[in-house]
Design a protein around this ligand. Structure first.
Ligand code: SAH
Length: 260
């Protein structure tokens, strides 16, 4: 049974050949856990030249995708009962792991990929959600769409060899994952922490939890919740003194720690 149908509207369908070489994702395709249909925007273009883009009204640089071909392609897609249309745009909501999880309950994701300067504003009315990959600009929506196919597919049952690996991974909770080591025990004079070879599973669990907190504090303190913070040993917490200091730095445009 197919768990998820991806219907992609794109000017560059060949870009999606990448998913035929992506390990876990490719196996999900072969096992029919996912189905990817590509709708080549060019086919829906106007006139003998299959025109899909035009100059912007009001002048300015670059070309804009016309609305009609995108609406036509979208109309042609067979809509399943639980379906959402996503529009790829750097002006959208920045994609989070929780969005991918949320979408796993759907039957279908229709993804519209922009190109050039983007698309005619009226295309926005087709979208249930506008999604950005991050605060940077790419030349097209294809790589963002492939990222969504990839990230969502690995959450589907039957896709990963060991679904347990999803539990602790970064962004599944507000904490980043703990550090991993594999053989050899010593590499270029760097030794695997003793605790990991101690065989004491309780202690290992505790060590990993500590590392998750430390890492998140170090690297992404914007992710950590108040509750998680209280679990951090006092010596590692940012104390009132440094909070006060940060406050005064804030006036100099430094960032202040979030709501602690
Ligand atoms: N002029 C537009 C950017 C166009 S980039 C603007 O300033 O908003 C061309 C296309 O690439 C976009 O329509 C979108 O589909 C895709 N794209 C570029 N950056 C993206 C990002 N960060 N997230 C998702 N899609 C992006």
């Amino acid at each position: 049974m197919t768990n998820m149908n991806f219907d992609i509207i794109t000017l560059y369908p060949k870009a999606f050949e990448l998913i035929n070489n992506l390990g876990v994702i490719t196996r999900a395709l072969e096992k029919n856990l996912i189905n990817v249909n590509l709708f080549d925007l060019r086919k829906y273009g106007k006139g003998p030249y299959r025109q899909v883009d035009d100059k912007p009204y009001g002048g300015g640089s670059g070309m804009v995708l016309k609305p009609e071909p995108i609406y036509k392609a979208h109309d042609e897609i067979n809509k399943l009962p639980k379906s959402k249309t996503l529009l790829m745009t750097p002006q959208g909501k920045v994609l989070k792991q929780r969005d991918l999880l949320r979408w796993t309950s759907l039957d279908q994701l229709i993804i519209i990929c922009g190109q050039y300067e983007g698309f005619d504003e009226r295309v926005r009315y087709l979208a249930d959600e506008e999604i950005s990959m991050g605060d940077y600009v790419l030349s097209g929506g294809e790589i963002p769409a492939i990222s969504i196919i990839n990230g969502l597919t690995r959450l589907l049952p039957g896709t990963l060899g060991d679904p347990g690996s999803l539990k602790d991974e970064s962004h599944n909770s507000s904490l980043l994952e703990y550090p991993h080591y594999t053989r050899p025990l010593i590499f270029k004079e760097m030794k695997v922490p003793d605790i990991l070879v101690s065989g004491n599973h309780e202690e290992i669990k505790f060590w990993r939890k500590q590392k998750m907190l430390e890492r998140t504090l170090d690297r992404r303190n914007d992710l950590i919740s108040n509750a998680d913070y209280k679990k951090v040993p006092k010596s590692k917490r940012i104390n009132n003194y440094s909070n006060e200091m940060m406050k005064s730095l804030k006036d100099n445009e430094y960032e202040f720690y979030p709501n602690w």
